[in-house]
Write a protein that binds this ligand. Structure first.
Ligand code: ADP
Ligand code: ZN
Length: 221
């Protein structure tokens, strides 16, 4: 089966990462999350990582050049044997990034199967994000109110005790992230609609239902 590349588009907290992880397991797709790449650069202490740390902590976007460079690098790497396609998660976030991705795809003789807009309302986002924490060992995601660990401070999955909260999951940074989304990223909805490959799914539905909606999009020719 030919690889199908998709973009998951939606505000912070829409569940892009969660769905991307499911698609990796279910379909051998490869998640390309610029947020994860930047956090990795930050924690491994590279020059670039140091430069972007404060910007990210405030919830602002880092420069287009940096993220386009990261994506270019990843697209050049060898693909796994069973390769279902790329999931662009958190990229593109600006019109300039969208144009750059379009050019990269053309250059590689590839195309986007679909751009999936995950629709959620703002009140739900704020509630989802402020309260979110993850296991530093295995990456399992929890929430203070909706999905606490069974034993406080202990991961249900791996038994780890190293719970982490993202530096930009605070109320103030979240406000900035939402504002950045509406100012710079939401115009991409119109952009991809005009290109003809936009589809919307209800991001507030139960996790499995969202996954099923995305699967339907992937299964069509
Ligand atoms: P979110 O949960 O807000 O969707 P991400 O993990 O995707 O967050 O990204 C976290 C931060 O990393 C962003 O707030 C921004 O500072 C930076 N970032 C990630 N991707 C991009 C991008 N494509 N362009 C610019 N900045 C980005
Ligand atoms: Zn764990």
């Amino acid at each position: 089966m030919a690889a199908k590349h998709i973009i998951l588009l939606g505000p912070p907290g829409a569940g892009k990462g969660t769905q991307a992880k499911r698609l990796e397991e279910a379909r051998g797709m490869v998640q390309l999350s610029t947020g994860d790449m930047l956090r990795e650069a930050k924690s491994s202490g590279t020059e670039m990582g140091k430069r972007v740390a404060a910007v990210m902590e405030r919830g602002e976007l880092v420069t287009d050049e940096i993220v386009i460079g990261l994506i270019e690098e990843k697209l050049a790497q060898p693909r796994p044997e069973r390769f279902g396609g790329f999931i662009f998660d958190g990229f593109p976030r600006t019109l300039k990034q969208a144009d750059a991705l379009g050019e990269l795809m053309v250059r590689k003789g590839q195309s986007l199967h679909a751009v999936i807009e995950m629709q959620v309302d703002d009140a739900a986002l704020v509630a989802r994000i402020t309260g979110r924490f993850t296991c530093g060992n295995c990456g399992a995601v929890y929430h203070d109110v909706t999905k606490p660990t069974k034993v406080e401070g202990t991961c249900d999955v791996c038994g780890g005790h190293d719970m982490k909260r993202r530096a930009d999951d605070t109320e103030q940074a979240l406000k900035t992230r939402l504002m950045e989304y509406y100012k710079k990223t939401s115009p991409l909805i119109g952009y991809y609609y005009a290109k003809g490959n936009l589809c919307a799914v209800d991001g507030l539905a139960e996790m499995g239902a969202v996954a099923a909606d995305i699967s339907k999009v992937l299964d069509r020719p």
